[in-house]
Design a protein around this ligand. Sequence first.
Ligand SMILES: *Cc1c(COP(=O)(O)O)cnc(C)c1O
Length: 364
Amino acid sequence: MPRVFNFSPGPAALPEPVLRQAAEEMLDWHGTGMSVMEMSHRGKEYIGIFEETEGLLRELLAIPANYKVLFMQGGAIAENAIVPMNLIGRTGRADYLITGDWSRKSAKEAARYGQVSVAADSADPPGSGRCLGITPRSAWKLDAGAAYFHYCSNETIGGVQFHDIPDVGGVPLVADMSSDILSRPLDVSRFGLIYGGAQKNIGPSGLTLVIVREDMLGHALAHTPDAFNYRIQAEAGSMYNTPPTYAIYIAGLVFRWIKAQGGLAAMAERNQAKADLLYGFLDASRFFSNPIARNARSQMNVPFWLKDPAQDEAFLAGAKARGLVQLKGHRSVGGMRASIYNAMPLEGVQALVAYMKEFEAAQG
Ligand SMILES: *Cc1c(COP(=O)(O)O)cnc(C)c1O
């Protein structure tokens, strides 16, 4: 079976050269006679892999020296608790902006650890839980005494993405970037903390990335587990407990691949071209549509609907027959969703659009 174009929202497609290299190195990494999976995380070889991986990430994102990079476990859903456990203690309060399912979940979990205030809920209509855009900045209710302001830079399910970093004054910004980190250049210095699970745009599941400004550390609630305490993990170089060693190695290969492609500026250009092609087609189509406000459309996850939902199954079956897979929309919103992360080549989106054109034409 040839490789398919995989539009999965996550775990998602990885660059083929990365998978090939991992396969080549599976049984014998660089003459050690063992797989990276079998190495001690404290051994010389693995430390080398680990340091190179962190170095590449710092280089790609131009992470300032006063930020720690932590390689953790538990995914973004665990971070929904770990973030407030570590940060909310400074003032006991935090602001959360809701723009979709993921940020809604984050706010709900955080409320168990402190006083959470919803800066705005973008649900449209109110109470529906469905967000088709982002509440304008002028309508946000902000607390100058919040320990931090949390938002999700890209709502993977809804397909709503920030095109800019929001300005909330002096309150530290905290962002869930699970599904758009490394998709474009980023000014890390604007943030107090950035986190994300790896399985969208970085590597295998099991690895969670945290980038935290040093002055944010040291406010953990007393009952914070040591393994989830940022300060303890920072002091231990992410090795207070055994980190997800193999996932970190794959992430390192992905970082190398991104660098070889020209870094984040090149990624942004490719991602823009893919998104322009797909949204351009959707907007011109009379059969397919995307309802998200233009200033908040996601470059990474593009939900779309068929005019006649009775055709959904036929559409998916025809796509699969053409090697275009995992296009079914999230169960909570239905329809379709094309996730087009860094590893999706332009050819994949071209093939999808060609198929959609053909499908629409057949509707007569
Ligand atoms: C996938 C995703 C999550 C959940 O990640 P887990 O690894 O399942 O914890 C949270 N937030 C965003 C934005 C996501 O895309």
